[in-house]
Design a protein around this ligand. Structure first.
Ligand SMILES: [Mg+2]
Length: 188
């Protein structure tokens, strides 16, 4: 199966709202803030990942400050999320829209599935990474869920999964040629 075949099949079993007319919501901020919180936690994960790669896992004082500040922002995003769920602010709601409901659905789902994978991998920290504790079928299932959402986020943006895969490999090989694989930032 190639990427586009997969994307087509994945779309054929997709059941989610795409028309804003079908949605009745009073607290749009909850959806926006959930994505914001996921984005900020993602930033913390990215920085920690680079400490493993570049600094042998040692959190220097400088990294502690940098990553600590990012974690504070993630915490802030989470408290805004709690507030927007428990007591939506009408003034804030007025400035938001949820016209791209299919994109909101698929990106929330993607963040959710990445969270499920992280949850299972995080459990391995507790048992010395013993092989028998990892259920491979479970992992295949979770990775498949992530792939499904990736395919459908792309579909919502009218992008083919083939193109996503090709451009990604192009970017990485170009970085390799220029010796900037291990650098920082998306545009390098
Ligand atoms: Mg799952």
């Amino acid at each position: 199966m190639n990427f586009n075949d997969y994307q087509e099949k994945a779309a054929s079993v997709a059941i989610y709202p795409t028309d804003p007319e079908d949605i009745e919501i009073g607290n749009i901020a909850a959806y926006a803030n959930a994505l914001w919180a996921a984005a900020e936690i993602g930033e913390v994960c990215n920085k920690l990942k680079k400490v493993l790669r570049d600094d042998a896992g040692i959190l220097t004082e400088e990294k502690q400050t940098e990553i600590g500040s990012l974690a504070v922002i993630a915490n802030q995003a989470s408290s805004w999320l709690v507030q927007s769920i428990e007591s939506p602010n009408p003034e804030q709601e007025e400035h938001l829209n949820l016209n791209e409901v299919g994109l909101a659905y698929t990106s929330l789902g993607l963040a959710g599935e990445v969270g499920e994978l992280c949850d299972k991998i995080k459990d391995r920290f507790d048992n010395n990474g013993q092989e028998e504790s990892l259920n491979k079928d479970d992992m295949i299932g979770e990775l498949g869920d992530i792939l499904w959402y990736v395919a459908n986020v792309a579909k919502e943006l009218d992008i083919s999964l083939d193109e996503v895969a090709e451009k990604n490999i192009e970017k990485l090989f170009s970085r390799k040629e220029r010796g900037v694989i291990a650098g920082d930032g998306d545009n390098r």
